[in-house]
Design a protein. Structure first.
Length: 95
């Protein structure tokens, strides 16, 4: 049995009103907190802009932290809710 080592680089960033950007290929995600503004772009074209997220009856308007990896980023919201954004091989995004 062959053992393969997978090395994952990541970082966790706590957001307190600051801006953060993550890039994978031509995909860029800009996150501004308080109030929430998540902008996903491919080159100069904006694909999606989010200013609030609702899960059930709860509205989230702030990101508590960002966890980045080479191929995805996870935005943590209050009450242990999260949103994962990743690029896909065809050049699109998965949210």
């Amino acid at each position: 049995m062959s053992k393969n080592l997978l090395k994952i680089c990541f970082g966790i960033i706590a957001l307190t009103g600051t801006a953060f950007a993550w890039t994978a290929g031509n995909l860029t995600v800009d996150v501004v907190n308080s109030p929430m503004d998540i902008k996903i772009s491919a080159g100069p074209k904006t694909l999606l802009e989010v200013t609030g997220i609702a899960f059930g009856a709860t509205n989230y308007t702030a990101v508590t932290s960002v966890n980045t990896m080479a191929d995805s980023m996870v935005l943590m919201l209050a009450a242990n809710q999260s949103l994962t954004i990743s690029s896909v091989p065809t050049g699109g995004i998965r949210v």
